[in-house]
Every structure is written in C-alpha cells, then in structure tokens.
Design a binder for this molecule. Structure first.
Ligand code: HEC
Length: 137
C-alpha cells in the first residue's frame, strides 16, 4: 500500500468513526431524556406519596392543620358556631381522647370540615397524634 492510499484510507475511517460517535452520543442523550418523562411520577415510583406520620408534634403539625381547616368554626372567636373549641390544647384533648376528632375527620356521612374531608395525609397525621396519646409536644 502506498503512503498516499494509506492516508486516504485512515482519513476515511476517521470520518466514519466521528459519524458513529456522533450518533452514539445522540442515542445516549435521547435515551436519557425521553423515557424519564414516563417515570417521574412519585406515586408510580413508590406506590404512595410521602406523608410523614412519625413523631407528630402538636405545635408543628396539628395546630397548622386545625388552623387551616377548623379554627374558622372551632376557635375561641368562632366556637359558638359549633359548640366545640380546638385552639385550646386541653379542650382539644377531650375530643381527641373521646374519639370525636378521629371520628368526624374520617366520617364521610358527617365530615369535618363540613364541606368535605381533608386529604388523607392530614387525616392520618391527626390519627397518628391521637393514637400516640395526643401529647402537648
Ligand atoms: C364551616 C364550619 C366548620 C368547620 C370548618 C369545621 N367544623 Fe367541626 N363542627 C361544625 C359544626 C357546626 C359542628 C356542630 C354540628 C355537628 O356536630 O355537625 C361541628 C362539630 C364538630 C365536632 C363534634 C363536636 C362535639 O361536640 O362532639 C368535631 C369533633 C368537629 N366538628 C371537628 C372538626 C375538625 C377536626 C375540623 C377541621 C378539620 C372541623 N370540625 C371544621 C362546623 C365546622
């Protein structure tokens, strides 16, 4: 093989290799980006959305839920609507230990809040807190 022919051959191979690596990189990029769209759903990945019901705190978890969903009819200023006051730990605890709190927040025929039951996570957090003895933590 002459030197000139060898040079032509190697440069042709070089171009082929560049084309192959271009398509290889393209294929890798496509495989990384396209299928990920289908699996980015937390519910499909883990079977459930994350809801932390461990070590529930009255101050950090329960009060905010009640504030957002219950105080409008159940706090010191509004309890005349419902005859039950929940912005006071000791009063709330009587409903917690008496069963009313878990009962009504999961009662489809007489839900609390009356408009509709809260999402499952909020209900499970309240349930976990009551089952832990409704501590003032
Ligand atoms: C729009 C007003 C309103 C909201 C918001 C509301 N409630 Fe009530 N709730 C009432 C009324 C009115 C009653 C009394 C009539 C009845 O028992 O259905 C009541 C009664 C209750 C009772 C029974 C009290 C008893 O004397 O035995 C519980 C327990 C209760 N609510 C829990 C909750 C909780 C927990 C929330 C929030 C997650 C909530 N409610 C949100 C209006 C409300």
């Amino acid at each position: 093989m002459t030197n000139a022919r060898f040079k032509r051959l190697t440069s042709a191979m070089n171009i082929m290799l560049k084309k192959i690596s271009f398509f290889a990189i393209l294929a890798i990029i496509i495989s990384l980006t396209v299928p990920s769209c289908y699996y980015d759903n937390e519910q499909e990945l883990y079977g459930t959305t994350t809801c932390d019901t461990t070590a529930v705190s009255y101050a950090n978890d329960i009060v905010p839920i009640l504030e957002n969903n219950c105080y409008s009819c159940h706090d010191n200023g509004n309890f005349s609507i419902s005859n039950a006051q929940f912005d006071n730990y000791n009063l709330l605890k009587t409903y917690a230990t008496g069963g009313g709190l878990i009962g009504r927040t999961n009662d489809v025929s007489s839900p609390m809040p009356p408009a509709q039951l809260m999402d499952e996570c909020n209900r499970n957090i309240i349930k976990a807190w009551v089952e832990a003895g409704a501590p003032n933590n």
